[in-house]
Write a protein that binds this ligand. Sequence first.
Ligand code: ASP
Length: 335
Amino acid sequence: MNRRKFIQNTAITGAGIATGVSAISCKEGESKTSETKKTTITSISKPNYISISTWNTESANTASGELLAKGKSALDAIIDGVAVEEANEENTTVGIGATPDREGNVTLDACVMSPDGDYGAVLAVENIVHVAALARKVMEETPHVIMASKGAEEFAYSQGFKKEKLLTPASEKAWKEWLKTSNYQPAINVENHDTIGMLAMDTSGEIAGVCTTSGLGYKMKGRVGDSPIIGAGLFVDDEVGAAVATGMGEEVLKTVGSFLVVELMRNGMSPQKACEEAIHRIVKKGDRYKDFQVAYIAMNKKGETGSYAIHEGFTMMKYQDGKSENINSDYFNKA
Ligand code: ASP
């Protein structure tokens, strides 16, 4: 099963968006994860532009970075950047070739946030490859922020998107293989690329973010995770910074993780500390974290970045002022 095997299913019931984050005033240095050794790099002087993305998504992040270098807006750069992975059939978690739900339907989720605080999202969309661009259309061409399923698909056609079969021969074969056991308890392990979340700051200093995914492999029909939900999978506040999540979406939703990271940065934490604290909100709930992965990446207005995961193996791509690096993220579970 070529899929994000690191995501351990637990009984997935009633994931919701919590509101009223209670401890957003926690100051830097108070993080209870401070015993962990940090390897994630933060920048020293403000870069001219910067693009970061989840996992080993080098081609996509470089595409975004090169557009920023040419003076493109952060919003244009990230939409075109993640399109590289959406079109990559080898990536079984995004766009064409993605792993379907347990009934064989490939359904995609995506969202985007612009520097002026606008937001657009699409949920459970079939037959459209470039759902991040579609989310942007929702943001820019409709009075709404979220469109789901068939309505989103019909809207896509009205905007000139092509109908495409997302289930490739390879993903169909893997699904049929999976059906033999229908085992929905993958062990923690990490692949080289996964759901792509991308944050960018352009040469004018504006920040935008995007997230695009097929969600959990072999999920229940109709299941939607954190990735297209504002504040959970992604949050951008151009005055402060931005954050994006990957991993077990139900846990990110229950802690409104990306909003939490941005609010912690607003209260003075570095992107690194803020990511650590958001992971801590999840792990402190009990031992279940041992069975699933969650990771955040973040950047602030100074161009500083951070990333943190529950388990080893998460990486963040960073393209800054012409240089691309893949950064091994620090993580909580050192046991
Ligand atoms: N967060 C995504 C979801 O739960 C999955 C992932 O990032 O791998 O749908």
